[in-house]
Ligand binder design. Structure first.
Ligand SMILES: *[C@@H]1O[C@H](CO)[C@@H](O)[C@H](O)[C@H]1NC(C)=O
Ligand SMILES: *[C@@H]1O[C@H](CO)[C@@H](O)[C@H](O)[C@H]1NC(C)=O
Ligand SMILES: *[C@@H]1O[C@H](CO)[C@@H](O)[C@H](O)[C@H]1NC(C)=O
Ligand SMILES: *[C@@H]1O[C@H](CO)[C@@H](O)[C@H](O)[C@H]1NC(C)=O
Ligand SMILES: *[C@@H]1O[C@H](CO)[C@@H](O)[C@H](O)[C@H]1NC(C)=O
Ligand SMILES: *[C@@H]1O[C@H](CO)[C@@H](O)[C@H](O)[C@H]1NC(C)=O
Length: 911
């Protein structure tokens, strides 16, 4: 009895104190939360009466466990409206929350404490926001479905990686933006990933191949501007994949090879930018039922699918209507394109006739004789398949991003006469070409480096095997290099002596350059030095910041000039241009011929002045002119690197600009193969040119006038930054008042009226020509177009007329321009500037520094933030105070007030 009392007492105590209290609070807490929910719904289910939440009969849709905790809320398709109360966050035993098919709105409460939640279905409600901790703390989640929600834009949080057991993630039409996070790859149990109709951008993360259980992948119809893009290779690495929907995106590259045992049933890649042939491994998949490939750039043989539904009829470039094999030439060229990864640039290699012609291909009698693909941003490797084109004579792959080696097979091409692979990232060794008289251009590569990082198709074993050699080996390498250097120096001396001996003979060998001379005036003749002490005053050094930053690393060339001054021996230039080889000609002008050349492994442009028009110009005058040219240096002026005089020969060596001329980028697109420039690119070029001319006009030590500004004199580098070339300079002497008379030089159409009629030349002559160039950049038209009716031939007249009518003007713009509202506004401003620049009276035209100010404010608006602005502003402090004042003064007057042009004093002098 006593014993029982002793036992019973604590038990009673326990019951009295802890028991009832604990049970009551747990019950009431979850029940209270459900009662909260009933209140926040505007139309709670009719059965929800009383307070016995877990009692069973009332409160339909609510399930509880034995301890009275709520484990399920399943309120499907009840037309419930209202919001979810925030206290829902405290239902920490919840396993299933299914609310699909209602019209609930407001915020989704925090779910972060629901460690047991397995099913979350929110489809088709009207929620506007997700909690900030969305997907945190949900390690048990198996199914997440949230389609068709008008949410504020959100992106998939990295916290999703914590939902390690997730099998279904479906959030289509749910305002998902941003990119697919790499952590999706951690969801290795995922079977369904559905993110269609969102605002996703970016590429498919390569890590997705870890999703070994994924059966359904639907990423179609992204609504963002950039959509989903990049290659789709990873989809072929998903072993369980059955349904793939990627349609209506911007995916590029070829369809990958599939495993023959693939389970694939539905393959939809319609409306993308896929290229290359359809791999037979795809058409061979037995389980395929539904295939859709329309509206891509697929090439090669038309695939032969056995699937029930096949859609490939429109918008592809298969070689034939039936599934038969392609012409062998097509097969070979597609192998070539394979080397480049089937780039979009070669998507027009479609159909069965490369001589149709395909871009970059030239044929004679249905045999490919030339392939020219310079500056196409090609990456990948040079395919050995080129060697199957057994009539190929010329191959130009210069200025791309090619890696790997030059295939040995090319040495077997008997017809090959010309191979230009300069300015790529090729490695290994240049193979020995035995073809007689073959011209090789290989400068600007990484020959001799190991191809380890090139990714260039494994054909570089030779060089990489020499990589892991010991350090003592590199010492002997140094010795070897010194040896080679010594023998090279000896050889150079010998050749020098030899050439010296033969110099007279050589001179006779260069025939005069046959060129047309439209202006009747040579480059050199255009330079006129006014004033007797002209060049003594410009001997002061130019601030180094203003020196042209050449895209070509010119240090080696600088060394060369170090030993010769700027004067180069004829022998060097003969070698650089392969004895002025026809194949090296870059262009011809009124003054002579420009050759591409290689000096010390760097590309240069060598201008050989027309000896016919050089006349009797004395050496002393030429040297005085060189003195001017070399002082005029600026990052937006093509730099003179050196010169050569030899008998009657006059040669100028300039930096080489790999991007061609502005003219080629504006109106000769068909021939040049360039893609049209965007508005932002045009503005950047316009500003570069304005800066170069501004420097000539005022910021250099003295005033220079270009006199022949036109798009073919504006050269671009690989990054489409511009430099002005070919200055036929007139230097205004300090004491010259406003203008001076000269013989008219220049190009019709760009000539300012007063200059054309009287020969009176001021800096405003250049401003006029600049205005014309702006008009050409806006309209994509040439200044004179004889193909148009007579009253429309002159661009300036018709441009100024069309500007009066906004609608007419809109139609008049370059159709290749895609303009946002922002760029349309800036275009109008530039058009206005162009109009003022081409004013009839010189004093009505703005100064060049005004153009720079106007354009730089416009360009800065759209410059992508990751572009590093040029350091010109930093250079200001290095300039004289006087020049700064000039700039500030220019910034003071505004162009919108045309009155101010007439009152603005154009006879400012520079000291
Ligand atoms: C959850 O419960 C805690 C105490 O049990 C309370 O302080 C908190 O306010 C509750 N949270 C919500 C969102 O109601
Ligand atoms: C997308 O969701 C909204 C509601 O958020 C719905 O009205 C619309 O019909 C849905 N669109 C599609 C294509 O399902
Ligand atoms: C998607 O992005 C576009 C702009 O790219 C925007 O207009 C649209 O409102 C966005 N849609 C959603 C659902 O976020
Ligand atoms: C994802 O998985 C990788 C390796 O499988 C792991 O290192 C990483 O921590 C995981 N990320 C997260 C966020 O769990
Ligand atoms: C396409 O495939 C079917 C079945 O494999 C075959 O009978 C037919 O000859 C093929 N057609 C062509 C043109 O290859
Ligand atoms: C050139 O190609 C690279 C990748 O191959 C790309 O990132 C770059 O944007 C391309 N540049 C241009 C101008 O198309």
């Amino acid at each position: 009895m006593r014993r029982a009392r002793i036992l019973l007492l604590p038990l009673l105590l326990l019951l009295a104190v802890a028991g009832p209290a604990a049970a009551a609070t747990a019950m009431t807490a979850d029940a209270g939360i459900i009662l909260d929910l009933a209140k926040s719904l505007t139309n709670p289910p009719p059965s929800w009466t009383g307070t016995d939440v877990c009692g069973g009969v009332s409160f339909s849709g609510i399930t509880c466990d034995g301890a009275g905790r709520v484990t399920g809320i399943n309120l499907v398709k009840l037309h419930l409206s209202g919001t979810l109360s925030s206290s829902l966050a405290n239902l920490t035993s919840l396993q299933s929350l299914q609310l699909q098919g209602n019209v609930l709105e407001g915020d989704v409460p925090s779910l972060a404490r629901m460690g047991s939640l397995e099913t979350l279905v929110l489809d088709g409600n009207a929620f506007s926001a997700l909690p900030p901790d969305f997907l945190e703390g949900l390690p048990s989640l198996l199914k997440l479905s949230m389609d068709n929600l008008p949410l504020n834009p959100w992106s998939i949080p990295d916290a999703i990686a914590g939902c390690a057991m997730l099998q279904t993630f479906s959030a289509s039409n749910a305002s998902v933006s941003g990119s697919l996070p790499a952590v999706l790859a951690n969801l290795t149990s995922l079977q369904t990933l559905r993110l269609s109709y969102n605002n996703l951008t970016g590429v498919l993360p390569v890590g997705l191949e870890a999703l070994g259980a994924l059966e359904t992948l639907q990423l179609n119809n992204q609504k963002s501007d950039g959509k989903l893009s990049g290659p789709i290779d990873v989809v072929a690495k998903l072993p369980s994949l059955k349904t793939l929907w990627l349609q209506s995106n911007l995916f590029t590259g070829p369809i990958p090879e599939f495993d023959p045992n693939s389970q694939l049933e539905i393959f939809n890649v319609r409306d993308n930018k896929l290229t290359g042939p359809v791999p037979p491994s795809l058409s061979g998949i037995a389980s395929l039922q539904d295939v859709s490939l329309s509206n891509n750039f697929l090439q090669g043989p038309k695939p032969n699918f056995t699937a029930k539904t096949v859609d490939l009829k429109s918008g592809n470039g298969f070689c034939r209507e039936d599934s038969g094999p392609c012409d062998p030439l097509v097969t070979t060229l597609l192998e070539v394109a394979l080397g480049f990864g089937y780039p979009l640039q070669l998507a027009k290699w479609a159909g069965n006739n490369p001589c149709d012609p395909w871009p970059g291909i030239s044929c004679i009698k249905m045999d490919v004789t030339q392939i020219k693909l310079p500056r196409q941003n090609l990456s990948g490797i040079i395919s050995p398949a080129f060697a199957s084109l057994n009539r190929l004579q010329r191959l130009d792959l210069s200025n791309n991003q090619l890696t790997g080696v030059i295939p040995d097979a090319l040495t077997t091409l008997e017809t090959l006469k010309y191979l230009d692979v300069s300015n790529n990232r090729l490695t290994g060794q240049v193979p020995e070409f035995k073809q007689p008289n073959i011209k090789l251009m290989t400068a600007g590569n990484r020959f001799g480096e190991s191809g380890g990082d090139s990714g260039g198709g494994g054909s570089n074993d030779g060089s990489s095997s020499s990589n892991p050699t010991g350090s003592h080996n590199s010492k002997s390498n140094v010795g070897m290099i010194i040896g080679i250097l010594l023998s090279v120096i000896l050889l150079v001396i010998c050749i020098g002596l030899f050439l010296h001996h033969r110099r007279k003979k050589n001179v006779d060998k260069f025939s005069p350059v046959p060129t047309k001379s439209p202006s009747g005036e040579s480059e050199m003749m255009k330079i006129q030095i006014v004033g007797t002490n002209g060049h003594s005053s410009i001997s002061g050094s130019v601030p180094t910041e203003l020196y042209s930053h050449s895209s070509v690393d010119s240090t080696n060339i600088a060394d060369l000039f170090e030993s010769h001054g700027m004067q180069l021996p004829m022998s060097v230039l003969l070698k650089a241009t392969n004895n002025f080889d026809e194949d090296y000609i870059l262009g011809r002008g009124g003054f002579g011929v420009v050759y591409k050349g290689t000096l010390n492994g760097k590309l240069v442009a060598v201008k050989r002045c027309d000896s016919g028009t050089m006349g009797t110009k004395g050496l002393q005058e030429f040297m005085a002119e060189i003195d001017v040219l070399r002082k005029v240096r600026h990052r937006h002026l093509v730099a003179l690197l050196g010169y050569c005089t030899h008998g009657n020969e006059r040669l100028l060596v300039y930096e080489y600009m790999s991007g061609g001329t502005l003219r080629e980028h504006l109106c000769d697109l068909q021939q040049s193969g360039y893609t049209p420039l965007t508005w932002t690119q045009r503005m950047t070029i316009a500003l570069d040119v304005a800066r170069g001319i501004e420097y000539l006009h005022g910021l250099a030590q003295e005033t220079f006038i270009h006199r022949d500004l036109k798009p073919s004199n504006i050269l671009l580098d690989q990054d489409l930054r511009a430099k002005v070339s070919d200055f036929g300079l007139v230097k205004l002497a300090k004491d010259t008042d406003k203008s001076m008379m000269t013989r008219v030089a220049g190009t019709f159409g760009y000539l300012a009226p007063e200059y054309a009629t009287t020969g009176k030349v001021t800096t405003k002559v250049d401003v006029y020509a600049y205005g014309v160039i702006l008009m050409e950049m806006i309209t994509g038209r040439k200044v004179l177009d004889d193909s148009l009716p007579e009253d429309e031939t002159h661009l300036v007249t018709i441009f100024r007329k069309n500007m009066l009518d906004r609608e007419k003007f809109r139609k008049f713009l370059d159709p290749a321009l895609e303009l946002s509202a922002e760029s349309w506004n800036s275009l109008l401003e530039v058009a206005d500037l162009a109009r003022h620049c081409t004013a009839r009276e010189p004093h009505q035209r703005p100064d060049m520094c005004h153009c720079v100010n106007r354009l730089s404010s416009l360009v800065d608006q759209w410059k992508p933030t990751n572009v590093i602005d040029d350091d010109e502003e930093g250079g200001t402090s290095e300039m004289g105070l006087h020049q700064q004042l000039e700039r500030w003064r220019c910034g003071d007057f505004t162009i919108s007030d045309s009155e101010s042009f007439s009152t603005y004093n154009t006879s400012r002098k520079y000291h």
